[in-house]
Every structure is written in structure tokens, then in C-alpha cells.
Design a protein around this ligand. Structure first.
Ligand code: CP
Length: 305
């Protein structure tokens, strides 16, 4: 593959190969001397049209650990603010001969479009409600390292599925790797027609979390609910917020995940987020390793110039 635009299009073997490579990168990242030369001489541009803490910083660290020169494009102070389009911005950056562009954009499909307009490899760092492939890969790596496998596990994905590219990429990846995926959400936070995909669906946390091995919480994306249904935070937490009482419906050794950023007291309590069953900090560490693996896997497809 020349680009990583989504989990859709990756085979289970592709996913396994990336996770195996990422396991090696965890070890590299835990050494005192972390710097490798795989991407020496290569230029990586991070082009983020939406805010990010984890994804942007871990792509920067990952590129630098592999020896690339990394440039973070500051969209907020760029000519995008003067009306330059996505495609003109891409063509302008492409003329500077980068080898990799990492893109986050608020519109689903924008990253695919950009990939058609440039000569280099493109990685999707989140496009609208469509996909966030490196998040699903880092979640899979975290699950596999803690449970020893993905196949056969019951994973409950809970909350604002309607707006979540994280949920979408995870649903595709976890199903491809043989997990039992459950969706737990109020009907107002489910995409129309989702029942056709055949996932087990629950409106209630009690039945949705029963016997779950992994409880994956999602952020309530209020910034994407323009004027439509915006639940009250208090009501939402009461019915769908993960506290210890609801977590006790899952298996006793169930583990809790959240892609971040978290809204404490909205979709998850601090007690659970910071508790013994939480993998949230480990997910962040795995994020760097997975992004190193993705960049290295693309290295053999980078422009020969
Ligand atoms: N999980 C995630 O994508 O976080 P950021 O928005 O901070 O990158």
C-alpha cells in the first residue's frame, strides 16, 4: 500500500503485520537511545485542519524516532484562513517535495481526495466521521498486548457512535480480526441504517456490558451536534456514563479504553478513567509505536527522488 487512508482495504494479514511491527517499536521506544534511520533524509508534513493532542504529537515523535525531518503545518496561521482550498494547499505543499503527508480534516473523504492530488504517501489522521485508522490500530495493539489475542473477545463500543470515526475504524478492524463487537448507544447517537451491518446492538449499558472483555468508551462530540439533538450532560452520564457500578456488569477482568480526549463526568467517571481497569494511558504509549510501524511500512513506497 502506498497510503493508509482507512482500515477498510486492509486484510487481516496486513493488520497483523502492522501490529507485529508495532510491538517491535514499543521496545525501541522504551530504550534510552530511541532514534533509528529508516526515514533519514525523508520529509514528513503534519497537516491538521482539526485540533489534536495525541495524534499530531505522536506522529511527530514517531517520524523523528525514525529519522525523518518533520514539519508541523500550522493551519490556524496559514493561507487556509485567507480562503485557500484544501486542494490548492495540498498542491502547494506537494511542490515542496515531501515524502509523507499526515492529514486530519473535518470532512469525510477529504483525505482520499488529497491523496489523489499529491505524489507522496498520505496517512489519514481522522477525516470527519469516516475513519481514524491509526487509532483503531493502536487500540488493537493495546488489546492484544493485554489479552493476548483479539479473536473471540467481546468488545462493547459505547456512546456517541454517530459522530465517531474511531468507532467506525474499530468496528471494521475488530470484526476483521474475529472479535464480537457490540454497539451500545441511544438510538439518537447511532448512524441511520447501522443495523444493516449486523453488529449486536444495545440501548442499555446493563445488557450491553454483560460479559464484555473490553469496554470502549467514546467522547460525546457536542461540537458536531449543531442544533440537533444535544443530550443533557447529567442525563447522559446517568444512562450512558461509565462509572464503577456500570463497569461491574462486564467481566471482572474487563478493561476500559477511551481514545481521548475524555470528558470526565460526561461519558466516563474519573474513578474508572484513573482506575485499575483503565488502559487509557497505555493507549497513548501504543499510539507512538503504531505510528512508527505505519510510517516504516510505507517507507518502501515513498517517492524515489
Ligand atoms: N484520539 C485522538 O485522536 O486524540 P486527538 O484528537 O488528541 O489527536
Amino acid at each position: 500500500h502506498r497510503h493508509l487512508l482507512g482500515i477498510e482495504g486492509l486484510s487481516p494479514l496486513d493488520i497483523k503485520a502492522l501490529l507485529d511491527l508495532a510491538d517491535e517499536k514499543v521496545e525501541v521506544s522504551r530504550q534510552v537511545e530511541k532514534k533509528k534511520t529508516t526515514l533519514r533524509g525523508r520529509t514528513q508534513i503534519n497537516l491538521f485542519f482539526e485540533p489534536s493532542t495525541r495524534t499530531q504529537s505522536s506522529f511527530e515523535i514517531a517520524g523523528k524516532r525514525l529519522g525523518a525531518d518533520v514539519m508541523n503545518m500550522s493551519v490556524a496561521s496559514s493561507s487556509v484562513k485567507k480562503g485557500e482550498t484544501l486542494i490548492d494547499t495540498a498542491a502547494t505543499l506537494n511542490a515542496m517535495r515531501p515524502d509523507l503527508i499526515i492529514v486530519r480534516h473535518h470532512a469525510a473523504g477529504a483525505v482520499h481526495l488529497l491523496a489523489q492530488k499529491v505524489d507522496c504517501s498520505v496517512v489519514n489522521a481522522g477525516d470527519g466521521a469516516h475513519e481514524h485508522p491509526t487509532q483503531a490500530l493502536l487500540d488493537a495493539l493495546t488489546i492484544r498486548r493485554n489479552k493476548g489475542r483479539i479473536a473471540g473477545l467481546t468488545v462493547a463500543i459505547c456512546g456517541d457512535i454517530l459522530h465517531s470515526r474511531v468507532a467506525r475504524s474499530n468496528m471494521i478492524l475488530l470484526a476483521a480480526m474475529g472479535a464480537h463487537v457490540r454497539l451500545v448507544a441511544p438510538s439518537t447517537l447511532l448512524p441511520p441504517g447501522i443495523e444493516r451491518l449486523g453488529f449486536e446492538m444495545h440501548r442499555d449499558m446493563k445488557t450491553g456490558l454483560k460479559d464484555a472483555d473490553i469496554v470502549m468508551m467514546l467522547r460525546l462530540q457536542r461540537e458536531r451536534m449543531n442544533g440537533s439533538f444535544v443530550p443533557s450532560v447529567k442525563e447522559y452520564f446517568r444512562f450512558y456514563g461509565l462509572d464503577q457500578e456500570k463497569l461491574n456488569y462486564a467481566k471482572p477482568d474487563a478493561l476500559v479504553m477511551h481514545p481521548g480526549p475524555m470528558n470526565r463526568g460526561v461519558e466516563i467517571s474519573s474513578e474508572v478513567a484513573d482506575g485499575a481497569q483503565s488502559l487509557i494511558r497505555e493507549q497513548v504509549e501504543m499510539g507512538v509505536a503504531v505510528r512508527m510501524a505505519v510510517l516504516e511500512a510505507l517507507a518502501s513506497h515513498l517517492p524515489n527522488r
